[in-house]
Design a protein around this ligand. Sequence first.
Ligand code: BGP
Length: 489
Amino acid sequence: MYYGHNPKFPDNFMWGASSAAWQVEGGVADGGRTPAIIDLNSKTKKPFADNTYAADHYHHYKEDVALMAECGFSSYRFSLSWSRIIPHADGKVNPEGIAFYNDLINELVAHNITPIITLYHYDLPVWVDELGGWKSRDTVERFEHYCRVCFENFGDRVKYWLSLNEQNMQICYGNWLGVSKGCDDWFKDQWKINHIMNLCHAKAVNACHEMVAGGKIGPVPGCVPIYPETCRPEDQIAAMNAEEFTEKFWIDTYVYGEYSNFIKHYWKENDIDIGMQPGDAELMKSAKIDFIAVNCYRSNVAKYAPHDAKQQDYLLNKNGVKGQMVFPVEPGRYALTRNPYVEYTDWDWEIDPSCLRYEMRYLWDHYHLPMMITENGYGAHETKDADGQVHDQGRIDYLREHIYQLGMAIEDGCEVIAYNPWSFTDLLSTGNGMAKRYGLVYIDTTDEEQNAAKSVEELSMKRIRKDSFYWYSKLIRSNGQDWGKEMLK
Ligand code: BGP
């Protein structure tokens, strides 16, 4: 659809950026925090980078919020560290953890920045893991207790809440994100764990509605639009299969509060028992979400995979040298493949601005719920130039084209309330530490320096505004009018 004018964003549209506790905070042992499973991953499983220091936001939060305000933010999406708030199995609340987040929230509110909080972003406390972790139904009760503590302490100022970050990706890539640890039969166990996560999500939704006056809550699926490789009918069905098994099934469950016939049939065919117990169906049905938060960076292409094709796991690019990605083959379901019509990042992620318009249209058509973008962004190798500045034209191009397509989705009639790209400052990448940078603000540190440092005081951690910071500031201060170049084609 061509409109003959640039897109307009709603007057109260929230512009900001995004982060997650374990990737940005550092201060892992400060203020009474205890370890999370992702800390262990970050220490032992290369190329995860050690999150001991990360971007040291724990000690720089005031400076970081001041920079957000300078940029013109009206929102900031971040996560809380469960083990900072409840560090031990006795379930007692840690006053220092509460104080840290109160200070951060107060600082945001004082600068007219709306906090959008993720309750869970990959950092299960080790003490919860030791008591059975995601394999144990007791985790539902523990998670609900944690959520209630958050709503009670922060709900007076925080009205937008997000339940679990990318539950779909945690299940699809269980090995990568530490969820499959200790499972004997991941093929079957993943669905039990997924069910427990659904119960956690439902408890969070209901507790938010019960405890937070005017509170709104939604899930955060990782969304990757899937295009069929050709108009061959088998490719179209393969694209639908990929969509179901990587994201649609999860979003359907959040929205409808029940499992679809498609997935129930798959479980039956494969003799999978997800551990449904009396009361679960009612709990899931009762949890009505207010919006869908969307993480969307890229699109994928699917094609037919015969039932006797050779299975291939998805091998992600782990070093930022183009051409390392190996696409998955799921015999009888789908195979993913390269898209010849788009550019790729150094980590082989498709650069496809239209994917945002597609995803918004897709979700709006299916679910008719408001949406907010909680992640979208450009991961790149970056260093300071000779002038001490960071000239990230690639990120400006990426953001400009993606935000423009988001605006076109709004013109198409989609209800979108916020755009929070990943990330505000540089922070740890899940796959590549500080080597893969996403920030509008450069953090003067490297993996090598962090690995060699004995304490955070040895690291510069200086904040340097990248070119994208200035570009984004102009765009958001004009509520999406000042693109920095002629856009209408
Ligand atoms: C999302 C996660 C984030 C973030 C981002 C970029 O899936 O929610 O935590 O890391 O992906 O991914 P990566 O860091 O692997 O480049």
